[in-house]
Unconditional design. Structure first.
Length: 149
């Protein structure tokens, strides 16, 4: 993998996988330093809000003691859903880098694009190329789930 920050997000996704959570990981970077990292914890917390992006935003806000994450970028292994895309905008994230498309729930271009809606804050976004690991870990996870049934 070429991108050192996406590698760190993928490490978070692997932690989720080990916990039988949908393997999505996210990190937030400010001034070229990781200030927050998280992975999905919906099963463990019994909360539909425990997406990697939401948990990561919360950690970054706590670290910076501000709800505004000006100058921060997020790296996430899977395209954000509507809730997470909205949270990126509300948190004033500068740019989100995405590892894999989500053709069923993704709202940064797949089924909708929340980040292209005219709102107070415009979040830039980029799909990183050559990030096969981000989609492979998801495919492997869901294959494992189907085989358990």
């Amino acid at each position: 993998m070429k991108n050192k920050f996406m590698e760190k997000a993928l490490e978070q996704a692997k932690k989720a996988y080990e916990k039988d959570e949908v393997p999505v990981g996210a990190i937030i970077v400010k001034d070229d330093k990781i200030i927050a990292k998280a992975h999905n914890l919906r099963e463990k917390t019994n909360s539909s809000l425990a997406h990697a992006e939401i948990l990561c935003i919360k950690k970054a806000c706590n670290k910076l003691k501000s709800w505004r994450l000006d100058g921060c970028d997020m790296y996430v292994t899977l395209e954000p859903c509507a809730m997470c895309a909205g949270a990126l905008s509300q948190a004033r994230i500068n740019k989100v880098y995405i590892g894999a498309k989500d053709n069923k729930n993704g709202c940064v271009g797949s089924i909708a694009n929340i980040l292209d809606i005219k709102t107070t804050h415009k979040v830039k976004y980029e799909y990183l190329e050559d990030i096969d690991e981000c989609s492979t870990i998801l495919s492997d996870f869901f294959k494992k789930l189907r085989n358990k049934k």
